[in-house]
Design a protein around this ligand. Structure first.
Ligand SMILES: [Zn+2]
Length: 358
C-alpha cells in the first residue's frame, strides 16, 4: 500500500538522491494476497498457480505476488535513457518482498514493464521525474465527494481504477479499454498488478484526498475546477505527522500504509473470517473497480475526520502538518478501519478471480 516513502525520506531524497523510494507497506499487500489465496475456488486457484509460476518463479501465490508493482519502483532511468533495477543501499529492506523476483529473467521483466510504462504520462510529484507506472497505484478524489466517477479531480485515464480495469481485461483475454496506453504484456504481468492494485484500492488514502488553501482549510477542487500544485497534499504524502513518533517524520499517507503489527504479513483467522462475511459485489464485474473505489472513498471520509492541517514551518520537510482532536483515539479508529479494509481487499481480489475463472 505504498506510495509513501517519497516524503518519508524527503530530506535525503530531495537533496541527494533522485532514485525512487520503494516498497514500504508490503505487509499489507501480502495480507490481502494471502486472504485471497485462502478464498480462491479450485478453478481460480489452479489458474493463479499456473500463471504466476513458470520456468523462473516457483511457489508464487497471491501473497508473494502482491508486492511486485512496488518492486518496480527500484527501476531508474539513467541519463542515457536506459533503465536499470537498482537496489538502494540505504534501504535494502525495500528488497525483502522482491526476493522471489530476483532471478535475471524476473528482474528483466520488472525493468521491461517499467520501461514500457514510463513515458506514457508525465509524473513529477516532487520535482523529479518518476515513471508513469507510479500513477497506477492511486486516485486523489476529494473527500467532499461521495462517489468515484471519471471526470472528478484526482481521477485520470492512468489512475488506479483504470489500471485495475486494464489488468482485468488482459486476464479475460480482451483488449485493454482505451484511451490510455497501458502496456501489460501477458497474464502473468496482469495478475502481478491486480494482486497489488486491489490492495491499494482498499487503502483509504490511495483513493480519497484533501485539497487545501494556503492556510490549510479544505477547498473543493471540483467546484474550483482546478488544483493548486503549491498546496497539493499528494495523497497525504505532503502531510507530516510529527506526533506519531517523536523526532521522526512520518507522513499521513505512510501512517495509513502501515498495518497493525500483530497481523504480520499473512492472513490471520480473524481476517479470513471477516473476509468471508464481506457482501458479494453487485452488478457486472466491469463495474466493480469503480464501485469499490466509491466504497473506499466513504471510508476515507472517516480517515480524515477530525484532522486539522496547517502549513508546515521550516525546517519541516513536508508542506503540511496535521493535528488531531485526540491522537490515541485516531490511531485506534485507524487500526479498526485497516483490519476491515484488508479483509475487504482480500475478499474482493478472490471474488474477482473466482468470477473470471468460475
Ligand atoms: Zn501500490
Amino acid at each position: 500500500m505504498l506510495r509513501a516513502a517519497i516524503a518519508l525520506g524527503w530530506l535525503a531524497v530531495v537533496a541527494l538522491d533522485p532514485a525512487p523510494a520503494s516498497a514500504w507497506g508490503y505487509q499489507g499487500h501480502r495480507v490481502v494476497g494471502s486472504i485471497a489465496d485462502q478464498l480462491l475456488k479450485p478453478a481460480a486457484k489452479a489458474q493463479v498457480q499456473q500463471i504466476l509460476n513458470d520456468f523462473d518463479t516457483h511457489g508464487i501465490d497471491l501473497r508473494k505476488a502482491a508486492p511486485w508493482p512496488d518492486c518496480v519502483k527500484s527501476v531508474v532511468r539513467h541519463d542515457d535513457g536506459k533503465f536499470h533495477y537498482e537496489v538502494d543501499p540505504d534501504h535494502i529492506e525495500f528488497e525483502v518482498p522482491c526476493t522471489p523476483f530476483n532471478s535475471t529473467r524476473e528482474r528483466a521483466r520488472i525493468v521491461d514493464y517499467a520501461a514500457r510504462n514510463w513515458s506514457t504520462c508525465s509524473y513529477t510529484p516532487d520535482g523529479f521525474e518518476r515513471g508513469c507506472h507510479n500513477t497506477f497505484h492511486f486516485l486523489d478524489v476529494a473527500i467532499q465527494r461521495s462517489y468515484v466517477d471519471r471526470g472528478l479531480q484526482g481521477t485520470n485515464p492512468h489512475d488506479l481504477v483504470a489500471a485495475i480495469e486494464a489488468a482485468i481485461a488482459v486476464l479475460q483475454g480482451k483488449p485493454i479499454p482505451p484511451p490510455f496506453p497501458f502496456s501489460i504484456k501477458d497474464r502473468k504481468e496482469a495478475l502481478l498488478l491486480l494482486a497489488h492494485f486491489i490492495g491499494d484500492l482498499h487503502q483509504p488514502l490511495h483513493v480519497g484526498s484533501v485539497y487545501l488553501d494556503g492556510n490549510g482549510r479544505l477547498v473543493d477542487p471540483d467546484v474550483a475546477h482546478k488544483v493548486d500544485p503549491d498546496t497539493e497534499t499528494n495523497g497525504g504524502n505532503a502531510i507530516e505527522d510529527s506526533v506519531a513518533v517523536p523526532f521522526q517524520v512520518i507522513n499521513l499517507h505512510h501512517e495509513w500504509d502501515d498495518i497493525p503489527t500483530d497481523l504480520g504479513d499473512a492472513a490471520t483467522g480473524e481476517l479470513v473470517d471477516a473476509a468471508k462475511s464481506v457482501p458479494p459485489s453487485q452488478g457486472a464485474l466491469e463495474s466493480w473497480p469503480a464501485a469499490w473505489a466509491t466504497d473506499t472513498l466513504l471510508v476515507a471520509h472517516d480517515a480524515f475526520k477530525g484532522l486539522v492541517f496547517k502549513p508546515a514551518q521550516p525546517p519541516a520537510p513536508a508542506k503540511w502538518t496535521v493535528t488531531y482532536d485526540n491522537h490515541i483515539d485516531y490511531l485506534q479508529a485507524a487500526d479498526a478501519i485497516k483490519r476491515k479494509q484488508l479483509a475487504k481487499g482480500g475478499a474482493r481480489l478472490a471474488e474477482l478471480l473466482n468470477t473470471i475463472w468460475p
